[in-house]
Design a binder for this molecule. Sequence first.
Ligand code: AMP
Length: 229
Amino acid sequence: MIRNIIILLGLPGSGKGTQGEFISRELAIPHISTGDILRKMIHEGGKDADLIAEYMKEGKLIPDNLVNKLVKRFILSDTCKNGCILDGYPRTLSQAEYFIENIDANISTIFFDVSDEVATKRVLGRVACASCNKIYNEYFDKPKKQGVCDKCGSKEFIARSDDDKDTILLRLEEYKKNTLPMIEYYKKQGKFFTVSAEGAIKKVTEEVASIIKKIWLCHIFLYYAVLIF
Ligand code: AMP
């Protein structure tokens, strides 16, 4: 069966994670963030944990072969049988090519367009609840009650080790060198949507909501076209 996959592209801090969660709730398909999977692998301390931690701390991309295998396993698992949202993958042209050659999927792409300045400010203000991992932002999206997680009530928050000033500059460079060329690649594939992601979360979510309606209509159309022809 062909899986419906939505790829989220955009700078670190462009809102892919927040909007990915929204789309996941709306379409009832999982939100797969390669960054989250890799952080979990570091936390669990398996055989690749040290290597991944080293690359991540330096703002560099993890080698393609490791990430490709990881993502393929996730996508072909039962969890993603109805499709998924990919946040942070593919991130290089070679990953995109691997993906197309190895995974049968009906792909739509959403690009979150944001300036370096806004992305950097968002990344530097980002913290996560230490208990349930809900993401907040010191500048744009604080908990309702100061210092207390809205979701689970925990009072402990942590910043990601690669969300510091020096590493974000390296991550922006990596993005421009490796990920930006993929925008043209996915534009050519069709079903490519751009969101202006500089505004408040609610405003961006409204734009995303109207895009996923279009994506959903395309999926339904394709589903019936396959049945008929
Ligand atoms: P993110 O949480 O998406 O900002 O990713 C954090 C870090 O995880 C990146 O800076 C990379 O070191 C690593 N990473 C995440 N996704 C990928 C990928 N598709 N390819 C290589 N490295 C990745």
